[in-house]
Design a protein around this ligand. Sequence first.
Ligand SMILES: O=C[C@H](O)[C@H](O)[C@H](O)COP(=O)(O)O
Length: 227
Amino acid sequence: MRIQQEQKQAAALKAAEYIRDNMVLGLGTGSTAYYLIRRAGELVKAGMRLQAVATSRSSEKLAEEFGIPLADINEVSRVDLTIDGVDEIDPNFEAVKGGGGALTREKITAYYSEQVIWIMDHRKQVSRLGAFPLPVEVLPFGWHLLSEKIHGLGYAPILRVENGQTFRTDNGNYILDIHSPSPAGYRKLSDLLHSYPGVVETGYFPAVCSRIIVADSSEVLVIENKK
Ligand SMILES: O=C[C@H](O)[C@H](O)[C@H](O)COP(=O)(O)O
């Protein structure tokens, strides 16, 4: 476990080398992004001028704790670089995100960022997406009918529960976690889900990253997305 945390930290520290003075920085969410936010705080303390936009309330709190100036995403004219974690990523840089429920804000921030770096320990790399269920953010209104509809298509959506309570995203919505019977099908499934009223966003991320940074027990690899 400790080794895994060290790998997350190593990937985050490498990614922090891409942060430049005066950047508007998108802060990801999760245990890997934690190390990045902490490092960004150190850079600010050392004199770097940064403005950050957070992909979740938890990352916003961390940014405050580490002294990183925050901006509302609706008040910035650009995001230069977003650094975030992933739950699974395949060799084509397609990813599943949203294990922490932050997928919608993460996707918006990633799409409008000049550059995106995904950081991870090597366990996140898979040959095909599918072992991690696809998180789907849905409106509470009508979620049950939507869930039945998805069930009727042959999937098994599970309403996310945390500490005995229905999980609520930072946007006040629910999460359905969907295991796919066809592991290669997350892109198709995501497109289909977008056609249903009540679906806010899915955790399937096309290859929007500029590069990924992967750490294992011996090295930290920077892999460029050349497409
Ligand atoms: O909603 C959460 C995010 O998508 C995270 O980036 C993802 O779950 C990875 O988190 P961690 O770095 O804790 O494994």
